[in-house]
Design a binder for this molecule. Structure first.
Ligand SMILES: [Zn+2]
Ligand SMILES: [Zn+2]
Length: 133
């Protein structure tokens, strides 16, 4: 599937080709903190299928508890997360689904790190719901 992404302020724009079967939802504590939310939704794009159209993303090298390093790329102006990748010579980019125009067509196909999920994030059906604020 062809996808089109942008950050909130619009400085960074990109497009990519992704496999909608590979969308995953991550409940790890790092994703909770780095998004400021309960979980993150990602879809990978191979390096050759990703095109940065405008903007100069900033990056943050995250070191996990395991010692594993991961580069997190975001807009330095508005702070929107754009993707993460290997720290050196990345061959693929883990795109943040919330920044993609096609996000409604990219439901997660699996959840990972469920052991650290915020318990209330698993089922929101009973929470009162408003169409807008
Ligand atoms: Zn921005
Ligand atoms: Zn995570």
């Amino acid at each position: 599937m062809k996808v089109h992404g942008k950050c909130h302020c619009g400085q960074i724009t990109y497009s990519a080709e992704v496999d909608s079967e590979k969308v995953s939802l991550c409940h790890c504590a790092d994703c909770q903190m780095l998004t400021g939310s309960a979980y993150r939704v990602n879809v990978p794009a191979a390096k050759e299928n990703f095109v940065l159209h405008t903007g100069k993303p900033s990056s943050y090298l995250k070191t996990a508890d395991s010692g594993n390093k991961r580069m997190h790329t975001f807009c330095g102006n508005c702070g929107t997360p754009v993707y993460s990748s290997a720290a050196t010579d990345p061959q693929s980019f883990s795109l943040r689904v919330g920044c993609l125009d096609e996000r409604a067509q990219l439901p997660p196909k699996r959840q990972i790190w469920c052991g650290s999920a915020v318990p209330w994030s698993i089922d929101l059906k009973l929470v009162p719901s408003l169409g807008k604020q």
